[in-house]
Design a protein around this ligand. Structure first.
Ligand code: ZN
Length: 290
């Protein structure tokens, strides 16, 4: 199943996308794709609803805006340096234990929305990542049981301001949390439709030029390890997002480094999870269109 949310920012309605790419309105189901939905076995209930209602659901025009496929989660937790070549380009060691950092859930945005370069930013960068969405509350789960807690997968561009992240003191959260820094989607693909999440090609292009091109088989810490590991430090709630880290090819790692500027177009995709695309605008441009 592919879950989508569509409509104006903050007023998204739930829907699904069929394998053929048709988008269907699931407002009649009466729930948003959020923590409560996942917590109450919503995926099974939705499947049952669809088996009797699929043919009568209104279709959604393809030009309507998509929001994040999940309602704002309790947290977005990210894994740093989880591809060895990316650790190298960042001038850092491959860590012995997963590096974790938080990203403000207010940074969540739609998969085709603009990325706004923050005020005073000169180093806004891109990061294609496989995002795992949690399906039920996970606390102290074992690696062996960890996949039972996964609802599905989607694409996350872990947009990062390198100066805020690395040179402004304290934690990476400062460079990860600006508004629009977490485009997620186009859809959430449920777990059963991705038999092996550890062999998916993931790529990102900037203005049509491929910058990142790797495979989730290169993850240092795989999904069961991450879910289990994170759950030793905090409870993961249904709908929470774990972003599993980015491969090499970010702007910071280039010689000379290259960062996003207004007018740039970033496109990113993961095998089986679709493609998202964001145009970059300056903070002042944002004020003009509001
Ligand atoms: Zn990242």
């Amino acid at each position: 199943m592919r879950l989508i949310r569509f409509g104006s920012p903050g007023q998204e309605k739930p829907g699904i996308e069929t394998q053929a790419g048709n988008r269907l309105d699931c407002s009649g189901f009466g729930e948003d794709w959020n923590e409560l939905f996942f917590e109450t076995d919503g995926l099974t209930r939705l499947q049952e609803y669809l088996s009797s209602h699929k043919d009568s659901l209104p279709s959604i025009p393809n030009d309507i805006r998509l929001g994040s496929p999940i309602g704002r989660p309790s947290k977005i937790i990210c894994v740093g340096l989880n591809y060895s070549l990316h650790a190298k380009e960042s001038g850092m060691e491959v860590p012995k234990e997963p590096v974790l950092f938080m990203k403000a859930s207010s940074s969540l945005t739609g998969p085709f929305d603009e990325i706004i370069i923050p005020r005073e930013s000169h180093k806004t960068d891109w990061e294609v990542e496989l995002a795992v969405v949690i399906g039920k509350k996970a606390s102290y789960v074992s690696k062996e049981k960890a996949m039972d807690y996964v609802a599905g997968y989607t694409i996350h561009n872990d947009v990062s301001e390198r100066d805020f992240q690395l040179n402004r003191g304290g934690q990476w959260v400062k460079g990860k949390s600006n508004d629009t820094f977490a485009p997620i989607g186009p859809y959430l693909v449920t777990k059963e439709d991705i038999p092996d999440p550890h062999s998916l090609r993931l790529w990102l292009s900037l203005n049509g030029e491929i910058m990142q091109d790797s495979n989730t088989s290169d993850l240092v810490f795989d999904i069961p390890e991450l879910v289990s590991y994170i759950s030793q430090f905090m409870s993961l709630f249904p709908g929470d997002v774990i972003s599993t880290g980015t491969p090499s090819g970010v702007g910071m790692g280039l010689n000379p480094p290259k960062y996003l500027k207004a007018g740039d177009v970033v496109e990113l995709g993961i095998e089986g999870l679709g493609v998202s695309k964001q145009e970059v605008i300056g903070y002042d441009d944002k004020l003009r269109i509001m």
